[in-house]
Design a protein around this ligand. Structure first.
Ligand code: PRX
Length: 589
């Protein structure tokens, strides 16, 4: 691979060597040629769909592999305390059968919503696939969520059962009375003894101990819902983007051609949590539909831990995020030299723009380029990407996956020529594209116009067909790869007794892409102070989530508003960043 060099402030194209020189031939050998002949239906055929019970992600990913795959390790689990567990596909088949029986005994039927609020432990994966076997619609929640965030999601989805842990359940308990449709709570007592369940609770290990290992997976059709992830928009509370079982066709195809799996030999590590779409589409469905061994690390980020893990497990394919890469860069190149990372073959990134420096850094320290991939909760699978066989333009998200049509439109909906910035849109062709926002079908329909799906992002395409991310077209904040809706944070802020009004913006940050900055005005009788600022920040942190609290908070006399009373976030942002204030004619006097 040639070195990336800077040419007139631009990063030079990183040319890929001929495919025949790769130690392992990539599945995609010629991007253009593959675009010509690609059909999603052929991917479904390759995946042998439909199977005897229709299309069920659990059957496809866990139960129905050839015998030599069933005995392969599916999940290599490394605990935060360095304990280790290995589950073969056979093990997962047995455990998920048992869990499906546990749910069935609790009355769960096809279409019911079952949520998981668990750490990155094997039982989280078992619960999700066990649920899919019953035909339930599964909703994984990020373990850092606070009570407010949990309540919004469980209330909106009408979840009947939640699977949580002894350590996390306090946060659920504090809002359970407000959720009349939540019937039962399964409590994971991993490593805990002596926990006495309450009347509505079922102990995970107790229930599993007596559950049968035999289970006939419920018949599911391609369009049956399988999983939902809540995602943030500009207005309102988070929305549940619901996906169908057939999404697995796209997850399988992209895992094969973009993650470029070679299932017999690969050890794959996706650093995302199952609470986010990357953690399910590519922490579960992509690799396991391919029969690939996947590493799950329960612990948090530390450069040494991460490198050691990759060394010890001989990770070959690594899918991570720009903020993590920037944190590794910050930790220094010397740390890398303490580890043998020669097993790494393919590096990829998702969630935020991958800055060209990070792409080049990968090449310098690992001898491998980071391949950026662009997609969203709504798309369910990777859509615009860099491929092992394709030259990389550092800073570009790459080109649409074969079978995906992407374009950049102007305000009138006309396709813009190369070089011009506009709205990034997709033809909703991929099997993984979301099928609704739960209970908000009007909002779902509003994302489609003239046959295009509007992603909410702005982009441009260059003369060679490479796409470049410009920014969000809305006020949604991307902090370290997590989307946060300003409305959610503002709602939490105004619940603090001292806060009269609140507005929240994304403030550019070199490491996290953006941080959340809040502006609040106080109710009469409250005095601004550093202590009060800290108290308000912590208030949001405990109610919502650690990643969703304002790292910066200013107390101001009043917030700029339009004459109709709408808070002008854009004006606050312009003032904060010293940018032109733009049109302020609607500003209240
Ligand atoms: O704005 C884009 C940004 O993250 C959004 C999707 O976030 P979410 O639904 O949480 O899914 C994240 C993981 C799939 C996009 O609309 N985004 C994601 N990947 C990239 C990106 N921005 C720039 N470059 C990327 N590669």
């Amino acid at each position: 691979m040639s070195q990336a060099t800077t040419v007139g402030g631009q990063y030079a194209v990183i040319e890929k060597p001929p495919v025949r020189s790769f130690a392992l031939a990539p599945h995609m050998t010629d991007y253009e040629a593959m675009c010509q002949g690609f059909q999603w239906a052929n991917m479904a055929k390759e995946l042998r769909l439909p199977r005897a019970n229709g299309v069920n992600q659990a059957t496809i990913c866990i139960d129905d592999h050839p015998p030599e795959v069933m005995t392969r390790a599916a999940l290599l689990w490394h605990g935060a305390d360095n304990s280790k567990e290995t589950y073969t596909f056979n093990d997962l088949k047995r455990e998920t059968n048992k869990f499906a029986n546990v749910l069935t005994d609790l009355g769960i039927q096809k279409g019911d919503r079952v949520f998981t609020f668990l750490e990155r432990v094997p039982e989280h994966y078992i619960a999700l696939f066990g649920g899919l076997k019953t035909g339930a619609v599964m909703g994984p929640l990020f373990s850092a969520f606070g009570p407010e965030a949990i309540k919004d999601r469980l209330e909106d989805s009408d979840a009947k059962v939640v699977v949580t842990s002894v350590a996390l359940k306090d946060r659920l308990d504090s809002i359970r009375q407000e959720l009349p449709n939540l019937e039962r709570v399964i409590v994971l007592d991993r490593g805990q003894t002596g926990y006495e369940p309450e009347a509505h609770e079922v102990l995970y290990h107790q229930a599993m101990a007596t559950a049968s290992e035999d289970y006939t997976v419920v018949q599911t059709d391609p369009d049956d819902y399988s999983i939902m992830h809540y995602t943030s928009g500009t207005t309102g509370k988070p929305k549940g983007a619901a996906h169908r079982h057939y999404a697995v066709v796209a997850q399988y195809a992209t895992a094969k051609y973009i993650l470029d799996f070679h299932p017999e030999t690969d050890i794959y590590w996706c650093t995302a949590d199952p609470g986010w779409v990357t953690g399910t589409s590519y922490g579960m469905f992509g690799p396991w539909s391919q029969g690939v061994t996947s590493l799950v690390y329960e612990g948090g980020f530390s450069a040494d831990n991460w490198y050691k893990l990759m060394q010890d497990y001989k990770v070959t394919v690594w899918y991570t995020a720009p903020t993590a890469i920037r944190m590794l860069m910050k930790a220094g190149d010397e740390v890398v030299t303490n580890y043998d990372l020669s097993s790494l073959r393919h590096l990829l990134s998702v969630g935020e723009p991958l800055n060209p420096e990070a792409v080049v850094w990968g090449q310098q320290v690992f001898g491998k380029v980071f391949h950026d991939t662009w997609w969203q909760t709504e798309t369910g699978a990777m859509h615009i990407c860099n491929y092992p066989c394709m030259d990389v333009k550092p800073g570009s998200m790459g080109k649409p996956f074969p079978g995906v049509t992407a374009a950049v439109l102007d305000d009138e909906g006309k396709v813009l020529p190369p070089g011009e910035e506009g709205y990034l849109v997709l033809k909703p062709e991929a099997p993984s594209i979301f099928r609704t926002y739960w209970n908000k079908d009007d909002l779902y329909q509003s994302r489609f116009k003239d046959g295009w799906y509007f992603t909410g992002d702005k982009a441009r395409v260059d003369e060679d067909g490479y796409f470049w991310f410009i920014g969000r077209a809305d006020d949604v904040i991307n902090t370290a790869g997590h989307l946060v809706g300003p409305f959610e944070v503002e709602s939490a802020l105004v619940e603090h007794p001292a806060v009269a009004e609140a507005a929240v913006i994304g403030k550019p940050d070199p490491e996290r892409m953006e941080i959340i900055k809040a502006f609040v005005s106080l109710k009469v009788g409250f005095e601004a102070s550093e202590a009060l600022k800290d108290e308000i920040k912590q208030f949001v942190r405990t109610r919502l989530a650690a990643h969703a609290y304002p790292r910066e908070l200013d107390i101001i006399d009043s917030l700029p508003k339009t004459r109709s009373g709408k808070i002008m976030r854009r004006l606050l942002k312009a003032r904060e960043l010293g940018l032109p204030e733009g049109d302020t004619s609607t500003l209240e006097d």
